[in-house]
Write a protein that binds this ligand. Structure first.
Ligand code: MRU
Length: 342
């Protein structure tokens, strides 16, 4: 069986990923031979984006179980190590839980494999649904600002927030995208700018601290972002900097929309306060590193705080598109997400 997407492939029984650390200047596919290799790859953000992390984790577990003919005990240990790879994107835990639950059948290796493949196909479908529903919120002539990367590189389909943008473009709406570069790891500048130029969608790259000024000039009519975890009360975690964008939207009266699949909802998380926020290494803030080279501008002794995500409270969110459905702030506050799990 073959599976194909922008950043993850399964061909002739070999799982490989596009090294996102090297984009946009180098396109290098890495073959992933074990769960522990995939864990290292996820930690290094060579594979990133909440839905893609979930799919990659499930397939790596299923592939290793199949190749090494694991016992159930070995599989469960590998699943536990995989769960710890990154703490915020709940798609990882949801995907690991799904393949672990599938492992409870007699022919567990095939069951796990089938579940991992189902997770892949489901992500493609959910991206399409989200993109179409969220594109309805975009009008002809809109300037749309987005943060981080939420496209085909963050999923195995067409993305979350970026799918809204590409669907609107496909519907022939003339739009212009403002891309936050997304410090410290530059997912906007390196990855979203690349995806938009590949699709021929007009965009302008700005550094994160320009967003407020660009909004004050009337260039932005809507903001669309993805999410790494949606809490039951409608609070969301996403790439650090998202909260600042939402605060700016409030001041400038700009709708702030979140787009995510149901696999990003955490039914066990009552509010944003309970979402674990990943902290990363200080060197990521003291400089930058990628296929463009390595620069360090702060002294190695500089004290650094490097949270990879922040939480945007529901009060700042105009609405969330989950799969094919739209939930307004009023719906979210009235417990619409809780009802999905009852
Ligand atoms: O640290 P990253 O690059 O994995 O962070 C990704 C994001 O924050 C995305 O916005 C998020 O995963 C949702 S979009 C698919």
């Amino acid at each position: 069986m073959n599976l194909d997407s922008l950043a993850l492939r399964l061909q002739n029984d070999q799982l490989s990923i596009l090294d996102q650390q090297l984009l946009p200047f180098e396109k290098k596919w890495l073959t992933v031979k074990s769960v522990d290799e995939m864990i290292t790859i996820i930690k290094a953000l060579k594979v990133r984006g909440a839905p893609l992390i979930g799919v990659a984790a499930a397939l790596a577990l299923a592939d290793e179980a199949r190749q090494k003919k694991y016992s159930i005990g070995q599989f469960q240990q590998a699943a536990e190590r995989m769960r710890q790879a990154r703490p915020t994107a709940v798609n990882l835990m949801n995907a690991v839980d799904r393949v672990t639950a599938a492992a409870k059948t007699s022919d567990y290796i095939s069951a796990v494999w089938n579940e991992a493949v189902a997770i892949f196909h489901e992500d493609v479908e959910l991206c399409e649904k989200m993109g179409r529903r969220a594109a309805e919120l975009i009008n002809e002539g809109d300037g749309v600002l987005t943060h981080c990367n939420t496209g085909g590189l963050a999923t195995v389909g067409r993305g979350t927030a970026l799918a809204a943008i590409s669907c609107a473009w496909e519907q022939k709406k003339s739009i212009h995208v403002y891309v936050d570069e997304t410090r410290p790891l530059l997912q906007g500048g390196r990855l979203t700018a690349w995806e938009l130029s590949e699709m021929g969608i007009p965009y302008t790259l700005i550094s994160d601290n320009m967003a407020g000024w660009v909004m004050s000039q009337g260039k932005v009519q809507k903001v669309f972002v993805g999410t790494d975890r949606i809490a039951m009360n409608g609070d969301i975690a996403n790439k650090v900097g998202t909260y600042s964008v939402a605060v700016l939207c409030k001041y400038h009266n700009i709708p702030f929309y979140v787009v995510g699949p149901s696999t990003t909802i955490d039914p066990h998380c009552p509010s944003g306060r309970e979402i674990p926020i990943e902290e990363r290494a200080p060197h990521e803030v003291r400089g930058v590193e990628g296929s463009f080279g390595k620069v360090q501008w702060a002294s190695p002794e500089s004290q650094v705080y490097n949270p990879a995500f922040d939480v945007t409270p529901v009060d700042l969110i105009t609405g969330i598109v989950v799969d094919g459905d739209y939930f307004s702030q009023t719906d979210l506050k009235a417990g619409a997400l809780r009802r999905l799990f009852n």
